[in-house]
Design a protein around this ligand. Structure first.
Ligand code: 6PG
Length: 233
């Protein structure tokens, strides 16, 4: 299991509002995509679930990117039917994919509609030779979870992708890349906004063993916080 990495001030960028965070994330993503495509002809990005990144996806959809060379992955997925609006993949389709011209073959989502165990095994085969990713994007929950890695959950260290049950955040059944796989990135961006994230941010900075604190990088890490989430840290 990845060691805990307390949050350092050098990793943090605090901006006034959630919109400022979305704009800053967009700028970083575009910059990284251009560098990756120039360096090795493609840009692999692991997308975050939840609501925080939705604004980033919408802004990204307005950009004129070299989409043919983008490869999209999902850090985690909820075990719901494929077109359930609550799926993380559906959020990405609504806010980004449906507005851009990207080949379907560049989209590598987690087949969570087949159940956690089957989807985890299948997705492990999808990503086994795709690491390290050029960019991993993550959010953080109020309990310090990230992707679908929750406090107190024990996973098989051999797994690249975990089936998740009894998730405290509905739905109960999910699928998640492991902390080790999420740490196989050249760049890591974690988006945290809202005052409901204030406590876990303080805990993270204090070195509390939160799932989000187990995600590291092979290169650069940026935790983008708005004032509401960053207060008192
Ligand atoms: C999910 C996400 C989850 C999310 C955090 C933050 O399935 O919900 O994978 O890890 O990133 O819970 O969610 P918000 O951005 O909605 O606060």
């Amino acid at each position: 299991m990845n060691e805990i990495t307390p949050l350092s001030n050098t990793d943090m960028l605090v901006l006034p509002t959630a919109d400022d965070i979305a704009e800053a994330a967009l700028k970083k993503i575009i910059e990284l995509s251009k560098k990756a495509i120039s360096d090795h002809g493609s840009f692999s990005i692991v997308l975050a679930g939840g609501t925080t990144p939705e604004k980033v996806y919408s802004l990204l959809a307005e950009e004129d990117c070299d989409w043919n060379n983008w490869q999209l992955y999902m850090g985690d997925e909820r075990c719901l039917t494929r077109d359930d609006p609550e799926r993380n993949s559906e959020s990405v389709r609504r806010n980004l994919i449906d507005k851009i011209n990207i080949p379907e073959s560049n989209i590598h989502f987690i087949p969570a509609e087949f159940g956690a165990e089957t989807a985890a095994k299948t997705y492990a085969k999808t990503i086994v030779n795709k690491q390290p990713f050029d960019l991993v994007m993550l959010g953080m929950g109020e309990d310090g979870h990230t992707a679908s890695l929750f406090p107190g959950h024990i996973h098989d260290k051999q797994e690249l992708v975990h089936p998740v049950h009894n998730s405290p955040k509905p739905p109960a059944d999910r699928v998640s890349m492991s902390a080790e796989v999420l740490s196989q990135n050249h760049n890591l961006i974690i988006l945290v906004t809202g005052e409901n994230k204030r406590l876990p941010m303080r805990q993270w900075q204090a070195g509390v063993e939160l799932p989000v604190a187990r995600i590291t990088t092979l290169g650069n890490k940026a935790v983008l916080l708005d004032n509401a989430a960053a207060a008192n840290i």
